[in-house]
Write a protein that binds this ligand. Structure first.
Ligand SMILES: [Zn+2]
Length: 89
C-alpha cells in the first residue's frame, strides 16, 4: 500500500483579503463579492434556484465551520445573487 500523500491545501485565491464574515441563522459564513465579468461559468443560486450569469455581480459564500462530511469548508462555497443572500436568514 503506498503511503497516502497529504494534500497541501493552499486553496484557490479565495482565502485572500476581500471576504467578510457574515452570521446567518445557520452559522457564520465567509462572504466574498464577485464582480461581474464575461469570463467564468453559470452558477445556480441556492436562494431562488435561478442561474447567475457570469456578467452579474454576485457573491460567493462558504461556511466558517466546515460540514462534517466535507474535506474543506471552501469546497462548500456557493454563489448567490446579492439580493437572495440578503434575504437568507
Ligand atoms: Zn437568487
Amino acid at each position: 500500500m503506498p503511503r497516502r500523500r497529504v494534500a497541501q491545501r493552499t486553496g484557490p485565491a479565495l482565502r485572500t483579503h476581500t471576504e467578510q464574515i457574515v452570521t446567518k441563522a445557520d452559522g457564520a459564513w465567509y462572504v466574498r463579492q464577485i464582480r461581474g465579468s464575461g469570463a467564468g461559468k453559470d452558477y445556480r443560486c441556492p436562494g431562488c434556484a435561478q442561474v447567475i450569469r457570469p456578467v452579474t455581480a454576485h457573491l460567493v459564500a462558504w461556511p466558517v465551520q466546515k460540514a462534517l462530511l466535507s474535506e474543506a469548508a471552501i469546497d462548500e462555497r456557493r454563489h448567490w445573487h446579492t439580493a437572495c443572500w440578503a434575504r437568507k436568514h
